[in-house]
Design a protein around this ligand. Structure first.
Ligand code: HEM
Length: 459
């Protein structure tokens, strides 16, 4: 009977249990822990999280990128490495991945990159033919593709990978001086991937290998650790490289790294949905002393995350327990769906002399003079192939062979001849040995590849 409101509401409530999954990085695993700073970098940043000895609680969410929420965790894919630092100045999110670079350098290409790599709009199945149709027009992806098809493209555990902030960020000290910085979390457990011939057995054995491995370690007290290293550049040195130092498809070669702290993960969350699913990470979430650089991808990301989270979780997503800072928040936000009204008092505006909490916007971004033109065009120093070649040449013979095996397997699915040869020319341009081995593994014509590669620009 309709009068059975328990039945009705229980079914209604059940009917509404699902929320939109993340548009990317939908499959993820969360863990709690802490970050301890070990070096004095007050000459670089006023951020309290970096004060030596400071222990900051963190929540980390690891993820694959392209798969749906329940998809197998072993896929050839970058891995998300998103960290929320609950600092005494509010939250700082470092939303990175397991490699130091990315596929593209222009934010406007991100939806296209994702569409080409997600399952086909017709079959719902991922298709290398579509992915390489995009990459054949995206030579800047050559460096990242070379990382993706090594064994590290199939990590055997979330514990066995590094984490990178990828972009350049700015650190700002008490005098308002700026340094550009890159963040690198190095796994104390080492970095291991799965070799191509072991992939079928490994995936067949456990679709949830990454989560099971991490949670088993945490539950048995085998807490994983990562040491945080930074690379630092003076603003005047940004232009000293052949490549553009704000291009996220490039590493900063030959810039020394220094260790500034250690992160330890130690606790499995009690509730998947309340934590891992409802967590909202955003590169724009920063604290005084840490600021975005002018990297055009990062600038695009400054918008996209809070925007998608307002859609995915609602306007009050920042008040959810997993996202809420561990310090009082004074932002005059009010109302909206699912607001549980913890803001007190009548003064929901500023400036004010009546408010109980002083409204004191002490911190503003540093001023950075900008020069140049407004433009929608490619950056000047593209250098699309050089670092891919340099990386290839650092690999062991075994790693080179695994890379060629895995990459040629996907290139062999490319039915469009022009795209296939364009891709081969990119890899040949990066390194002649790399390209030649791929040509042989894909039964292609070496002279044609060489001819195409000779038309590609060196810079
Ligand atoms: C303009 C380029 C990009 C756009 C527009 C973009 C957009 C997004 C969006 C909309 C989400 C879902 C967020 C959510 O629902 O909470 C997401 C997640 C994520 N993105 Fe990006 N992204 C971009 C580039 C990147 C890059 C370069 C990296 C790596 C450095 C990255 C790493 C991540 C990670 C790790 C997550 C998952 C965060 C989590 O675990 O919740 N993204 N991205």
């Amino acid at each position: 009977m309709l009068q059975d409101s328990h039945l009705i509401e229980k079914l209604q409530r059940f009917d509404r249990e699902r929320i939109p999954e993340r548009v990317v990085h939908a499959r993820g695993t969360g863990a709690f822990g802490d970050f301890v700073s070990t070096a004095d970098i007050s000459d670089l940043s006023i951020a309290q999280v970096f004060k030596p000895g400071t222990k900051t609680p963190v929540f980390v969410r690891f993820s694959t990128v392209m798969g749906y929420r329940g998809s197998p965790e072993q896929a050839r894919d970058p891995r998300g490495f998103a960290i929320k630092f609950y600092t005494t100045q509010g939250n700082w999110d470092l939303v990175g991945i397991n490699w130091p670079i990315f596929f593209i350098r222009d934010a406007i290409k991100f939806p296209d990159f994702v569409h080409a790599n997600k399952p086909s709009a017709v079959t719902g199945v991922q298709d290398a033919n579509l992915a390489f149709d995009f990459f054949a027009h995206t030579p800047e992806a050559t460096n990242m593709l070379t990382h993706l098809y090594t064994d590290e493209g199939m990590p055997d555990s979330y514990r066995h990978m590094d984490g990178f902030g990828v972009h350049a960020f700015k650190l700002v000290n008490a005098q308002g001086q700026v340094h550009y910085v890159k963040f690198h979390f190095k796994s104390e457990q080492g970095v291991h991937g799965i070799r191509p011939q072991d992939i079928p057995n490994s995936i067949g054995a456990d679709w949830n290998l990454m989560t099971n491995d991490l949670y088993h370690a945490l539950r048995t007290g085998d807490d994983p650790k990562w040491d945080l290293y930074i690379q630092v550049l003076n603003p005047q040195d940004l232009n000293k490289f052949d490549y553009d130092a704000l291009d996220d498809t490039k590493i900063w070669s030959n810039v020394p790294e220094r260790k500034i702290g250690t992160m330890t993960l130690n606790r499995v969350p009690d509730n998947y949905f309340d934590t891992t699913e409802e967590s909202a990470f955003a590169p724009s979430r920063m604290v005084p002393g840490i600021e975005p650089s002018e990297d055009r991808m990062l600038q695009g990301r400054m918008f996209a995350y809070a925007d998608t989270q307002m859609y995915r979780l609602g306007a009050n997503f920042n008040s959810l327990p997993i996202n809420r800072p561990r310090v009082p928040v004074v932002n005059n936000n009010q109302d909206g769906k699912m607001n549980f009204g913890e803001r007190k008092g009548e003064v929901n505006y500023e400036p004010s002399t009546l408010g109980e909490i002083p409204q004191d916007p002490r911190y503003k971004y540093v001023q950075t003079p900008l020069s140049g033109t407004t433009q929608q065009m490619t950056i000047h120093k593209t250098f699309d192939f050089q670092q891919a070649g340099e990386y290839y040449r650092t690999l062991s013979d075994q790693d080179k062979q695994d890379l060629v095996t895995a990459l040629s397997a996907d290139l062999n699915h490319v039915t469009n001849d022009t795209n296939k040869y364009t891709m081969l020319s990119y890899f040949y341009k990066a390194d002649a040995d790399y390209g030649t081995r791929l040509v042989s593994a894909t039964h292609a014509n070496l002279s044609r590849v060489k001819m195409l590669a000779s038309n590609l620009s060196d810079n």
